[in-house]
Design a protein around this ligand. Structure first.
Ligand SMILES: C[S@@+](CC[C@H](N)C(=O)[O-])C[C@H]1O[C@@H](n2cnc3c(N)ncnc32)[C@H](O)[C@@H]1O
Length: 389
């Protein structure tokens, strides 16, 4: 795959002017929501004396791991607004209030209007943040599984909120687009295992991209997996209707358990694909070793992933995602390659692929090139090849 061509495609076709503008508005909406929460929760007074996120969380009576969400929020506010400052202590970061923020409501209304001008689908990105804002305290104190139920399809009533947040939202949809493009360009195919396929962003884009190139036949068998029966059934219905000729299996697979114990024999897969799902692994190196063992020699992993620019880089949608106990606690942290929960930095991906035994660990596009015109870029494809023999 030609890195320069792929990078150019990302700059020109993936990150369209609307996506760039939508990203900017989403980031601002997140800052405004967090500022509003900061005011409503009385953080100005509570942080008159410097405190850690853990101390703050205890004062508010939040669940034991809620400090992760509060720390992400305060780091973001410290970096992007003048409301709070971080004070680096010897072992942990403390935060102190700096200034009283202006009422964020009028600007939030402007952001909503500007987002609406980009098209109806962009509203899905704001809806997801609105849900987090509205349920922030409930999810961190009173109903601590609320957002876990949403993310894993156990909340039937709110299923459409998650479908819209992972597929309808064009700023999120780019992950399936970038992954599909990479697989098509790499010429990968054969027996494909998709992990954490969920509401179908990965498979939908991949089949569409291959069909458009007349290359759907490259897929000999597609094994679509997730841990949510509701998501698996929903995606199966849609894909069976649209692509009846492609041989697909639909099954439960937990990335945190040995693959062989879940009917994925060693050396049986040509391509392992995941869209914003590889980072859900608790032990990332261990999960990648499972992937490595499941692949045939020369097979590869392709993960379309949101990336963190640095450990404290909070994605706008994490206003809501950080309310999930799983999202904020699952990752086994490691100072060198997993200093934060959930998403990894590009350099960390390269490190963990190597540790798991992959050759040619690579990141697409050329992130430093894209950063010149779009510093807020957030999507990347992570790939590595199984050693022969
Ligand atoms: C952010 S979503 C991405 C879904 C889908 N790939 C997409 O982009 O539309 C993460 C997915 O991982 C699944 N998941 C969560 N825990 C998992 C686990 N332990 N093993 C496999 N999948 C998991 C969730 O059910 C969810 O569908």
């Amino acid at each position: 795959m030609d890195r320069t061509v792929f990078t150019h495609w990302c700059e020109q076709q993936l990150y369209t002017p609307a996506i760039r503008r939508g990203t900017e508005l989403l980031e601002r909406a997140c800052d405004l929501h967090l500022t509003e929460l900061y005011c409503c929760l009385g953080f100005g007074d509570l942080l008159a004396e410097p405190r850690t996120a853990r101390e703050l969380s205890e004062t508010l009576g939040f669940e034991a791991s809620a400090w992760v969400a509060l720390e992400a929020m305060l780091v973001r506010l410290a970096e992007r607004t003048g409301v709070v400052a971080s004070v680096n202590g010897a072992s942990c970061v403390r935060f102190r209030s700096v200034s009283e923020p202006a009422d964020p409501a009028p600007e939030l209304a402007q952001v909503r209007r500007a987002m609406a001008e980009l098209g109806p689908d962009y509203a899905a990105a704001l809806e997801f943040l609105d849900f987090g804002r509205a349920n922030f305290v409930t999810a961190l104190r009173d109903d601590t599984e609320l957002v876990d139920r949403l993310l894993c399809g156990r909340d039937a009533e709110r299923c459409s909120l998650w479908v819209r947040a992972t597929n309808t939202d064009p700023t999120q949809d780019v992950h399936g687009r970038i992954g599909a493009r990479a697989i098509a360009d790499l010429g990968a195919g054969g027996t494909v295992l998709e992990i954490g396929g969920g509401t179908g962003n990965g498979i939908r884009h991949l089949f569409r991209e291959l069909a458009a190139r007349g290359a759907l036949g490259r897929i000999e068998r597609y094994v679509f997996t997730d841990v949510s029966p509701r998501f698996i059934l929903g995606t199966r219905r849609e894909i069976r209707e649209a692509y009846p000729s492609v041989a697909c299996d639909w099954k439960y697979l937990d990335i945190n358990r040995p693959f062989t114990a879940q009917d994925v024999p060693a050396g049986s897969i040509d391509l392992i694909y995941a869209v914003n799902a590889a980072h859900v692994a608790k032990d990332i190196v261990g999960a990648l070793r499972e992937c490595h063992a499941a692949l045939r020699p020369g097979g590869r992993v392709v993960f379309a992933e949101r990336i963190r620019k640095h450990a404290g880089d909070m994605a706008a949608r994490e206003l809501t995602l950080n309310l999930s106990t799983y999202h904020r606690t699952a990752a086994l942290r490691h100072a060198a390659y997993r200093p934060a929960h959930a998403y990894l930095q590009p350099s960390s991906w390269l490190m963990v692929l190597e540790q798991a035994g992959f050759r040619q660990p690579e990141i697409y596009p050329e992130l430093t090139a894209v950063a010149l015109t779009f510093p807020a870029q957030y999507a990347a494809v992570v790939t590595g090849v199984r050693c022969p023999g």
